[in-house]
Design a protein around this ligand. Structure first.
Ligand code: NAD
Length: 260
């Protein structure tokens, strides 16, 4: 389905991004991986994608807080893999704290990684997409692009902003064969969610089981975590030609959370 295309996925060394990268590679796309982590593990994932799916896979260590590194990553993708046809803005971090104690450096980092980095990748990749008259921009937003939760000021702000950016880009590129959409998961069981549990336990004075049941899954009517495979399947669909007329939208995959 995606043979001959290249997908660049930010934050794809872990969790949802890695799942999306593997799904795109499984559909025949060459992939550019990005994110932090253990160098040997990242190389194992990269080499595994090459051997399992018979596609090209590169890794960029670009830091999503650094605009110059983001632009260089897109250039490298185009130079070494031929194009950046599908850009998945997925890198994201979280910090949970009451607004009056919210650390300023955490606010800045969350806005930079979860929102500004998408602007920088899109800005760098759009000229190539416009020239080829084909492109897919998929932004991993969140149920928090539509609703808020306490103690997540920076994350909720960034995800709401990402939706606004997506709508604007969709309108600008509508006649160029380029779509831009958000995927908005509820709670997906990934390292990002796992890492929130100690903070939530501390902030809310709860046990781990209480945080899972009464905080994380409290808002999710299905009472199930969304899976990485379910999110990856949706990203793959948005990258397909069948989704050519889906643009400027926000697709929830949240077990009914935002229906309430
Ligand atoms: P994760 O922690 O497993 O993965 C995050 C990825 O971002 C990792 O590859 C990490 O290395 C990378 N990253 C972090 N800081 C970076 C930086 N400065 N530069 C480059 N890469 C950086 O998290 P996840 O749960 O897979 O989250 C992925 C995306 O999905 C995020 O945008 C997150 O907000 C969103 N999301 C997650 C959930 C969930 O429940 N897990 C729900 C809704 C939305």
């Amino acid at each position: 389905m995606l043979a001959g295309k290249t997908a660049l996925i930010t934050g794809s060394t872990s969790g949802i991004g890695l799942g999306i990268a593997r799904a795109m590679a499984g559909a025949g796309a060459n992939v550019m991986l990005n994110g932090f982590g253990n160098a040997a593990e990242i190389e194992r994932e990269r080499a595994g994608i090459v051997s399992e799916f018979k596609v090209k896979a590169l890794y960029s260590p670009a830091d999503m807080t650094k605009p110059a590194e983001i632009a260089a990553m897109v250039k490298t993708c185009e130079a070494q893999l031929g194009s950046a046809d599908i850009v998945v803005n997925n890198a994201g971090v979280q910090h949970v704290a009451p607004i009056e104690e919210f650390p300023i450096d955490k606010w800045d980092a969350i806005l930079a990684i979860n929102l500004n980095s998408a602007f920088h990748t899109i800005r760098a990749a759009v000229p190539g997409m416009k020239a080829r008259k084909w492109g897919r921009i998929i932004n991993t937003a969140s149920a928090h692009s539509l609703v808020a939760s306490p103690f997540k000021a920076a994350y909720v702000t960034a995800k709401h902003g990402l939706l606004g950016l997506s709508k604007t880009v969709a309108l600008e590129l509508a006649t160029f064969g380029v779509t831009c959409n958000c995927i908005s998961p509820g709670y997906v069981w990934t390292p990002l969610v796992e890492r929130q549990i100690p903070d939530q336990m501390k902030t809310r004075n709860m046990t781990e089981e209480q945080v899972k049941r009464d905080v994380l899954l409290a808002a999710q009517p299905t009472k199930q975590f969304v899976t990485v495979d379910q999110v990856s399947s949706l990203a793959l669909y948005l990258a397909s030609d069948a989704a050519a007329n889906i643009t400027g939208t926000n697709i929830s995959i949240d077990g009914g959370w935002t229906a309430q």
